[in-house]
Design a binder for this molecule. Structure first.
Ligand code: G4P
Length: 535
C-alpha cells in the first residue's frame, strides 16, 4: 500500500504548472488550443480563435475575457498531456496588467514564451519576460509562424540574447521557412521531423514522419535549396550554438528554443513533448512560519499549504460570485477539509472547491501541489492569503504590488445604483484590477480608483456596466504618484496640489504629481515617511 506521502510524491512528479507569455497576435491562443487538441481535450481546433474573432470591440484581452467559453481565458486549466498533468495559467497579455501577470506567475513553475518568427522580440514580450526574470522562473521559447515569411532563425536567437539578456539554446531547427517550411531537425539526434498538413488545415493533428538528415535530399516535398540551407545552418550551429544545460535553464539563465507553426501543427508535438520533459515539477515554496522565520515547504510534505494568487468575480453569469484561486504548495487537498486561514486566524472548511474549465465547474475531490483550485469566496479571501493544515500559522511572502501611476475620480451616473456600484468597485479592487481610494477628509464623497495603466480603467468601467449594471463616469486626476504615509496624517504638511486618501483597509496614502512635491513634503515632514505602494 502506498503511503500518503508516496502518493503525493508521485502526483507531484507528474505536475507541470506554467503560463504562456507573448505579445498579442504571436499565437498564444492558437498554441494553447493545439495543446488541448494534442491532449485529446478538443476533437478539432479552430473554435477558440473563432470565438475570439467574433468579438469586434475592445482590446483582445477584453474580448477574450468576455468570451468565457472553452478558451484560454479561464484563469487556469487542467488537463492530461500524455502522462503529465498540465496546469496552464492564463496571463493577461496587456502591459497594464503586469501586476496581475506577476501574481499569476507566482503560481507558475515555468513560462512558455511565444515569439512571432517575422517579428521577433516585441514590446510586450520584453515586459512579460522581465516579470519572469523578476520571479526567477525558467522560460522555454517557441518561435511560431514559420509557415509565413520569417526572419533568419540565427537572427532571432541573437535578438533573444541581445534584447532579453538570456542565452538561447536551440533544441531543434526549422527545415525551410515560409512556404518551404516542412519540419524541424532535432539537434540532438539530427533527425528530421517531417510534417504534412492535415486536410482540415490544422484543425487536426499533422502527420509526422522521421527522416534521417542525410536522406532529406530524397524527400519529394523538400526543395533542394532548403536541404542546402539546413546543412549550412547545421555547420554554423556546430560551432556557434549554445549546448543545452538543464541547470542553467532551471536557474533562468538559458532558454531552450523550438521552432514551429501553431496554425499548421508543424513542430507542435515535439515542442509539447519537450515541454513536459523540460518544465520542472513543483518545487519547494518559501513560507513564513509563526513569528516570521522563513523556511521552505517541500511539495511532498503531507501538511497542506496553499495561497491565493488570484481573485475573480462573476466568472460565470450563472454564479454571480467571487472565486479565490489558490495554488497548492504542499500536501493533498481534499474537498471539505478543515484548514486554518492564517490572516483571519480562523479555521474554515473548504467545501465549495472547483477546478475551472470552461463555463462548467467541476467539483474537485483531491488536488496536489502545482494544482490550482477555485474556492467560492464569500469575502473571506484576499490576494496573498494562505490556508494550511500546519499547527502554527504560515503565510507566503507578500505578493508584490506595482505602484499606480494614474488616478481618476469615479461616480455612478445613476445614484439609484449606488449600492451595486459600491459592491462592484469593492470586488474589482479585491481582485487587484484597480486600487480603490477614498478621499481622506471626506470619505463619503465619490471614491477614486488608481491603476498602472489606462486599460485597467477601461476594464473597470466596462465590467461595472456589464456585470453590475452600473454606468460610471471617470474624471482623470493629475496625480501620478501614490505613497503610503507613515506618521500622523493630522500633522502632515502637504503641497497645495497633493491629497490624502485612504485605501480599503484604512491605510493612509498621499497622492501628488510632481517629483519636487515629494522632496518638498519630505523636507517639511521630518517625522513622516513615504512608503512605496509597490513591494
Ligand atoms: P494571440 O493569442 O497571441 O493574440 O494570437 P492568436 O493565437 O490569436 O493568433 C493571432 C493570429 O495569428 C491569428 O490570425 C492566427 O490564426 C495566426 N496564427 C497563429 N499561429 C500561426 C501560425 O503558426 N501560422 C500562421 N500563418 N498564422 C498563425 P488572424 O488572422 O488574426 O485570425 P484568423 O482569421 O486566422 O482566425
Amino acid at each position: 500500500m502506498t503511503t500518503l506521502s508516496e502518493q503525493i510524491a508521485s502526483e507531484v512528479a507528474r505536475r507541470r504548472t506554467f503560463a504562456i507569455i507573448s505579445h498579442p497576435d504571436a499565437g498564444k491562443t492558437t498554441l494553447t488550443e493545439k495543446l488541448l487538441l494534442y491532449s485529446g481535450m478538443l476533437r478539432t481546433a479552430g473554435m477558440v480563435r473563432a470565438r475570439k474573432h467574433a468579438q469586434t470591440t475592445m482590446s483582445d484581452w477584453m474580448a477574450l475575457e468576455q468570451e468565457r467559453g472553452i478558451s484560454i481565458t479561464a484563469s487556469a486549466m487542467q488537463f492530461v498531456y500524455k502522462d503529465a498533468v498540465i496546469n496552464l495559467l492564463d496571463t493577461p497579455g496587456h502591459q497594464d496588467f503586469s501586476e496581475d501577470t506577476y501574481r499569476t506567475l507566482t503560481a507558475a513553475d515555468c513560462a512558455v514564451m511565444v515569439l512571432d518568427a517575422a517579428k521577433g522580440v516585441e514590446a510586450q514580450t520584453r515586459k512579460l519576460f522581465a516579470v519572469c526574470r523578476l520571479r526567477g522562473i525558467p522560460v522555454i521559447t517557441f518561435i511560431n509562424k514559420l509557415d509565413l515569411p520569417a526572419r533568419e532563425p540565427l537572427d532571432l536567437l541573437h535578438e533573444v540574447e541581445e534584447v532579453l539578456g538570456i542565452a538561447s539554446s536551440p533544441v531543434n531547427w526549422p527545415v525551410g521557412l515560409g512556404r518551404a517550411f516542412v519540419g524541424v531537425v532535432d539537434l540532438t539526434t539530427h533527425e528530421v521531423l517531417r510534417f504534412r498538413r492535415s486536410d482540415q488545415g490544422g484543425a487536426q493533428r499533422a502527420a509526422m514522419e522521421h527522416i534521417a538528415l542525410e536522406d532529406l535530399a530524397s524527400d519529394p516535398g523538400t526543395e533542394p535549396e532548403t536541404v542546402t540551407k539546413v546543412r549550412e545552418d547545421m555547420e554554423l550551429l556546430e560551432g556557434a550554438g549554445n549546448k543545452f544545460d538543464r541547470a542553467a535553464f532551471l536557474a533562468g539563465k538559458v532558454t531552450p528554443v523550438f521552432f514551429g507553426s501553431a496554425l499548421t501543427n508543424f513542430g507542435v508535438e515535439p515542442f509539447f513533448d519537450a515541454l513536459v520533459s523540460l518544465a520542472p515539477a513543483p518545487k519547494p515554496t518559501t513560507i513564513i512560519r509563526g513569528a516570521g522565520e522563513q523556511s521552505e515547504v517541500a511539495p511532498t510534505d503531507t501538511t497542506f499549504t496553499a495561497f491565493v494568487f488570484k481573485i475573480q468575480s462573476n466568472m460565470n453569469p450563472k454564479h454571480r460570485d467571487s472565486m479565490a484561486f489558490v495554488r497548492i504548495c504542499s500536501g493533498r487537498f481534499e474537498r471539505d477539509m478543515p484548514v486554518h486561514h492564517s490572516r483571519l486566524d480562523k479555521d474554515i472548511r473548504l467545501s465549495r472547491s472547483f477546478t475551472v474549465m470552461a463555463r462548467d465547474r467541476d467539483t474537485v475531490d483531491y488536488a496536489y501541489p502545482g494544482d490550482i483550485v477555485g474556492l467560492t469566496n464569500p469575502g473571506i479571501f484576499a490576494l496573498g492569503d494562505t490556508i494550511s493544515t500546519a499547527k502554527e500559522p504560515v503565510s507566503v511572502p507578500p505578493l508584490p504590488r506595482f505602484a499606480p501611476e494614474l488616478v481618476a475620480r469615479i461616480r455612478p451616473l445613476d445614484v439609484m445604483r449606488k449600492k451595486a456600484f459600491d459592491k462592484g468597485i469593492e470586488q474589482l479592487s479585491a481582485e487587484g484590477t484597480i486600487h480603490l481610494l477614498y478621499p481622506y477628509e471626506s470619505p463619503a464623497s465619490n471614491p477614486m480608483i488608481a491603476a498602472v495603466g489606462q486599460l485597467q480603467f477601461e476594464v473597470c468601467q466596462y465590467r461595472l456596466e456589464d456585470e453590475y449594471n452600473v454606468k460610471v463616469e471617470l474624471t482623470p486626476l493629475s496625480y501620478s504618484q501614490c505613497f503610503y504615509l507613515d506618521g500622523d496624517p493630522a500633522t502632515f504638511k502637504r503641497t497645495q496640489n497633493a491629497a490624502l486618501a485612504k485605501d480599503r483597509f484604512g491605510k493612509v496614502l498621499v497622492l501628488f504629481s510632481q517629483e519636487w512635491e515629494r522632496d518638498y513634503m519630505a523636507k517639511h515632514n521630518p517625522s513622516h515617511a513615504f512608503l512605496p505602494m509597490a513591494a
